[in-house]
Design a binder for this molecule. Structure first.
Ligand SMILES: [Zn+2]
Ligand SMILES: [Zn+2]
Ligand SMILES: [Zn+2]
Length: 216
């Protein structure tokens, strides 16, 4: 997969296309975020990979939402393939999807059943890992506070547009990705390849595309 690709995002409200750099100021204007005393949510940037984010989101995460709600949200939009374990690492503490109070771990371990307002503050960077075998790691950052729009659930404000990967054989728009090689193929070139070796999966707009059995 070509990791030099840079994607822009689309604003859910106004459908404007914005860069990741311009996203926060767009949100402030587009969602009239200037009433400081009514903030009830975190504005969280989620991205993968760390340096060159092809896949990125700006989320509204209400103060009352739990880490397990955010975990579920990330699974639904980007990650879930076969109910792997996951965790957040926040200030060197693990918030685990399978928290067991008596287990012994290298890091301090906690439950995800904790409200986000108990652990998050503006400026905080933290990580989320899904699947401890073929791990998909996400970097999250609390980039500000906001007033929730419309509903009180976690919601996407801006999401990256689908990146265009080219077929490794002919250069046309790819539709499939090899889960063994990471190479991308268009529909016509795929027939000539040995599918049994490549373990092809549909190319989808997610950092987990081509990993394990992820099909979107
Ligand atoms: Zn907008
Ligand atoms: Zn899986
Ligand atoms: Zn092709």
């Amino acid at each position: 997969m070509n990791e030099k690709i840079v994607t822009k995002g689309i604003c859910n409200k106004c459908k404007q296309i914005v860069s990741i750099r311009a996203a926060k100021s767009h949100i402030t204007k587009c969602l009239n975020q200037d009433i400081e005393d009514s903030f009830d949510a975190f504005l969280i940037k989620v991205q993968w990979p760390h340096k060159n984010p092809i896949y990125w989101l700006y989320l509204s995460v209400p103060f009352k939402s739990k880490l397990e709600d955010l975990d579920l949200f990330l699974r639904e939009i980007w990650l879930e393939c076969c109910s792997h374990l996951s965790q957040f690492i926040i200030n060197h503490k693990r918030y685990s999807s399978n928290f067991e109070p008596n287990s012994f771990f290298r890091f301090e371990e906690f439950s995800m059943a904790i409200r986000s307002e108990k652990v998050l503050v503006p400026g905080l960077k933290f990580t989320h890992e899904y699947d401890f075998g073929s791990t998909t790691e996400l970097l999250l950052e609390v980039v500000g506070l906001m007033k929730t729009v419309a509903n009180k659930e976690i919601s996407v404000i801006i999401q990256n547009q689908e990146p265009e990967f080219k077929c490794i054989s002919c250069g046309k728009k790819a539709k499939m990705i090899s889960s063994t090689e990471g190479d991308c193929f268009c529909a016509s070139c795929v027939k000539e390849e040995d599918d049994d070796e490549l373990f092809l999966l549909p190319l989808v707009n997610s950092p987990r595309t081509g990993v394990c059995g992820y099909t979107g």
